[in-house]
Design a protein around this ligand. Structure first.
Ligand code: NOJ
Ligand code: CA
Length: 579
C-alpha cells in the first residue's frame, strides 16, 4: 500500500455546492454549512471530496458558467470560509479537489465583457470571434445544448463561438494569454492548498481552426431521432451520427499538449491530482504525463439495470485499453445524470419516467458494492448514500437547469408534444432531477432549510418516507449504515484497492464473480455480487478452497467456510479473503 498514491486509495464524494448543507438558512448550501457536515462525511468513511463549481457565477448553467476564477460565489460565503472548509477537511484526512472549467467562461466574466466591447479590445482574441457568412453564422456547427454554436453580437457585428449555452462563450486556447491567465487561476487554488481538479469538458477545449462545415444531420434532427429510437442498433447509429456532428468541435489533438503542460504545472506541487471529465483514455497520455484519472463513463451508460454481462464486458475492454501505469476510475452517478437509485432500477422504462421497483434498494447496494470492489478510484455522488431518487419537477417555472427550460417549448412547438408530455420529457431530460437539496431529516424541506424558506430547488418529498440522514442513522439496516460498513470493509482489505482484477465464471448471467489479487502480498479477495432474486449455489474451480468473510450484505453464515458450494441469498454481496 505504501507505494500507492493517495488518490488511488481514496473514495471520492461529489458535493454539489448549492444543494449540500445550508448554514445560513437561505435555501442555498454554503461553506459554513458544508464545514459543519465534515464530521458526517468522515463518519461515512469517504476520504476525498470533489466540489462542483463554487465560483462566482450568474448560474445560467448552474455554476458551470464562471465569472471569476479566483474567488468563491457570495452565496457560499467568503474565501476565508472556503479556506476554513479546506483546512477542516484536511484535519480529517479528507482531500478536496475543485472543478476547473477550462473551455468557457460566463458571458458576464470581465474578460468577455471587455472582449465583446470592440473589435480592437486587447482581450478580443481571448474568445473566438468570426464574421458570418451570407447573413448567417460562420458555419453549421451546433451547440451541444441546442441551436447554432454561434451567437451574433450586434455591438461589433461578429459572431462568437459557444459549445455550451450562448451564456458560456468558449475561450480561445490558441491565444497564449488565455493559457497564462488560466494557469494563474490553477496556481491560485493550488497555492491555497487544494488537492487537485476535476477538469470540466476537457475534450471541447479546442475546435478545428478552419471551421469546416460538418456533413451530417443537425442536433435537433438527432434529438428527434433519439426520442423515437427504440433498439440498441438505433442508439448506436445515433451515437455515430452524434460523433460526426461534433467532429470538428471535440477531441482536437492539440488538447493533449495542453494537458501535458497542465500536468507539468501541477507536478510542481506535491501530490496533486487531475481528473478529466471524459472517458477518452487518450487523456491518460503515456500513463503518467497527462491526467491521473479518466472516468469510466461507459460503465454507467447501461440502458437499464446493470447486468453481470454488461459489467464484465465493460471491465474487459476498459482495463485492456489503458496504457501501462494508468489507474482506472469508476462512477455511476453525478450531477448530470439520473440518480443511481432511479437509474439502475428494474422499473425503468425506455422512454418516460423510471418507476420505483421493489428491487431498487437491493440494486442500490449492489451498485455501491461494485464501485468499491472494482479496480480503480470510485466517485460517489452526494445523497446516493441515503438512496435519494430523481425528483421530476411538475411546474416548468421551477426549472433551474436551462437545458429543461430550453427543451420545454421546443418539445411543444417543434415536436408537437402536449404541454403535459413536454413537461415530463423536459424534467426527465434536464438535470434538476438529480440536483435537489440533500435530505438531512424528516423535517420540513428535509431539514435542508427552514419551512418558511424556499430552497433553490424543491426538496424531494420522499424525505418523509425514510429517505433522510437522521432516520437512517438510527436504523442499523439502512442504506446509509450499509454504505458505512462497505466503506470500512474496503479499507480493511488492501487487495480491494490495489489488487488486479480477474473475472471468474464469465458466462454467469445472474451473478458477477471476480478476484482482486494484491501485487504486494498476494492477498486474494473473492467478490461475488448476486443480481438474482433466487438463492444461488456457486461452485468455484480455484486452488484455494477456504474463505474468510470480509463482508456480506446478508449476515453470511460463518466467518471461515469451505467455498464449494457458496450459497448466496437473493441479491447478496459477498466478499471474502481466500486462505
Ligand atoms: C460538464 C458539466 O458536468 C455540466 O454540468 C456542464 O453543463 C457542462 N460541462 C458545461 O460546463
Ligand atoms: Ca445558505
Amino acid at each position: 500500500m505504501k507505494t500507492n498514491k493517495w488518490w488511488q486509495k481514496t473514495v471520492f464524494y461529489q458535493i454539489y455546492p448549492h444543494s449540500f448543507a445550508d448554514g445560513n438558512r437561505d435555501g442555498i448550501s454554503d461553506f459554513p454549512g458544508m464545514t459543519a457536515k465534515l464530521d458526517y462525511l468522515q463518519d461515512l468513511g469517504i476520504d476525498g471530496i470533489w466540489l462542483s463549481p463554487h465560483y462566482p457565477s450568474p448560474f445560467f448553467d448552474c455554476g458551470y458558467d464562471i465569472s471569476d476564477y479566483t474567488d468563491i460565489g457570495p452565496e457560499y460565503g467568503t474565501l476565508a470560509d472556503f479556506k476554513h472548509f479546506l483546512d477542516e477537511a484536511h484535519r480529517r484526512d479528507i482531500r478536496v479537489i475543485l472543478d476547473m472549467v477550462l473551455n468557457h467562461t460566463s458571458d458576464q466574466h470581465q474578460w468577455f465583457r471587455e472582449s465583446r466591447s470592440s473589435r480592437d479590445n486587447p482581450k478580443r482574441d481571448w474568445y473566438i470571434w468570426r464574421d458570418g457568412k451570407k447573413d448567417g453564422p460562420p458555419n453549421n456547427w451546433d451547440s451541444t445544448f441546442g441551436g447554432s454554436a454561434w451567437e451574433f453580437d450586434s455591438v461589433t457585428g461578429q459572431y462568437y463561438y459557444h459549445f455550451f449555452f450562448k451564456e458560456q462563450p468558449d475561450l480561445n486556447w490558441r491565444n497564449p494569454e488565455v493559457k497564462q491567465v488560466m494557469w494563474d487561476a490553477v496556481r491560485f487554488w493550488l497555492d491555497l492548498g487544494v488537492d487537485g481538479f476535476r477538469l470540466d469538458a476537457v475534450s471541447t477545449v479546442f475546435e478545428h481552426p478552419d471551421l469546416p462545415d460538418h456533413p451530417g444531420q443537425s442536433l435537433i434532427e438527432l434529438e428527434q431521432a433519439g426520442i423515437n429510437a427504440k433498439t440498441r442498433v438505433e442508439y448506436e447509429q445515433l451515437e455515430k451520427a452524434w460523433q460526426a456532428l461534433f467532429q470538428y468541435q471535440i477531441d482536437l489533438p492539440e488538447v493533449h499538449d495542453l494537458m501535458k503542460d497542465l500536468r507539468q504545472l501541477v507536478d510542481k506541487y506535491k501530490d496533486r491530482l487531475l481528473v478529466g471529465e471524459t472517458d477518452d483514455i487518450r487523456f491518460y497520455g503515456s500513463g503518467d504525463d497527462e491526467l491521473h484519472l479518466i472516468f469510466n463513463f461507459p460503465l454507467m451508460q447501461a440502458d437499464g439495470p446493470l447486468t453481470p454481462a454488461w459489467i464484465r464486458d465493460n471491465q474487459k475492454s476498459r482495463l485492456a485499453s489503458l496504457p501501462p501505469q494508468a489507474w482506472p476510475c469508476n462512477t455511476l452517478g453525478n450531477h448530470d445524470n439520473s440518480r443511481v437509485f432511479s437509474r439502475y432500477g428494474e422499473g425503468k422504462r425506455l422512454s418516460g419516467l423510471p418507476e420505483p421497483h421493489p428491487h431498487d434498494a437491493a440494486r442500490a447496494r449492489l451498485s455501491l458494492a461494485l464501485m468499491l470492489t472494482l479496480h480503480g478510484t470510485p466517485f460517489l455522488y452526494n445523497g446516493e448514500e441515503i438512496g435519494m431518487t430523481d425528483y421530476y419537477l411538475t411546474d416548468p417555472s421551477l426549472f433551474r437547469d436551462n437545458s429543461s427550460t430550453y427543451a420545454y417549448p421546443l418539445l411543444i412547438n417543434l415536436l408537437g408534444k402536449t404541454p403535459e408530455e413536454a413537461l415530463k420529457m423536459a424534467a426527465l431530460y434536464g438535470r434538476d432531477k438529480c440536483r435537489t437539496p440533500m435530505q438531512w431529516a424528516n423535517a420540513p424541506n428535509g431539514g435542508f432549510c427552514p419551512a418558511a424558506v424556499h430552497p433553490w430547488l424543491p426538496v424531494n418529498p420522499n424525505y418523509a418516507e425514510g429517505v433522510n440522514v437522521a432516520d437512517q442513522q438510527k436504523d442499523a439496516g439502512s442504506l446509509l449504515n450499509f454504505y458505512k460498513c462497505m466503506l470500512q470493509a474496503r479499507r480493511s482489505a488492501p487487495a480491494l484497492i490495489t489488487g488486479d482484477f480477474t473475472p471468474l465464471h464469465e458466462k454467469a448471467e445472474d451473478y458477477l464473480a471476480f478476484l482482486r489479487t494484491a501485487p504486494q502480498d498476494g492477498q486474494k479477495c473473492l467478490v461475488v455480487l448476486s443480481y438474482s432474486e433466487q438463492m444461488l449455489e456457486i461452485t468455484f474451480d480455484l486452488p484455494v478452497k477456504r474463505a474468510r468473510l470480509i463482508f456480506s450484505s446478508h449476515a453470511h453464515h460463518g466467518q471461515v467456510e469451505l467455498l464449494n458450494p457458496l450459497k448466496l441469498q437473493p441479491f447478496e454481496i459477498y466478499i471474502a479473503d481466500l486462505i
